[in-house]
Design a binder for this molecule. Structure first.
Ligand code: AMP
Ligand code: ZN
Length: 114
C-alpha cells in the first residue's frame, strides 16, 4: 500500500474493475459513475495532475488518450460522442491527486460544465 489510491489500484493492491492495462497505463471503471460509461485512465507513474506534466510524458499522454478513444469505440459511444476531462486542483473538484482522464459518455453532456 502507498499513500496514493490510484498508485494502489495500478499496483493491484486495491481492487478495481480494470478495462485496460499495459506497462504504462491502466483504465478502470469509476466507482461512482456519472454517466452510463465512466472510466478512468491513469499513468502507472505517479503524476499529481496535468499541471505536473513535462516533455518526458509525451508517449504516456498519447497512450492515455488513445486508450480512452479505443474504449469509447468498444463501449459503442464513439459515434454519438463522449467527453474526456481531467480536473486540476480544488476549484476543479480534483479529489484524487494522481493524474486521471475521465472518459464519460452514453448520455447527452451539458456545456458549460458545472
Ligand atoms: P477527481 O474528482 O477528478 O479527482 O476524480 C476522482 C474519481 O475517482 C471520482 O470520479 C471517484 O468516483 C473516483 N474514485 C474514487 N475512488 C475510487 C475507487 N476506489 N475506484 C474507482 N474510482 C474511484
Ligand atoms: Zn499515485
Amino acid at each position: 500500500m502507498s499513500d496514493c489510491l490510484f498508485c494502489d489500484i495500478a499496483a493491484g493492491s486495491i481492487a478495481a474493475t480494470k478495462v485496460y492495462e499495459t506497462d504504462a497505463v491502466v483504465g478502470f471503471e469509476d466507482i461512482n459513475p456519472q454517466a452510463p460509461v465512466h472510466v478512468l485512465f491513469i499513468p502507472r507513474e505517479h503524476v499529481a495532475s496535468a499541471a505536473e506534466l513535462s516533455d518526458a510524458h509525451g508517449d504516456v499522454l498519447v497512450e492515455l488518450f488513445a486508450a480512452a478513444a479505443a474504449h469509447a469505440r468498444e463501449a459503442g459511444i464513439a459515434d454519438r460522442g463522449y467527453r474526456i476531462v481531467t480536473n486540476v486542483g480544488d476549484d476543479a473538484g480534483q479529489t484524487v491527486h494522481h493524474l486521471h482522464l475521465h472518459l464519460v459518455g452514453g448520455r447527452q453532456m451539458m456545456w458549460p460544465p458545472g
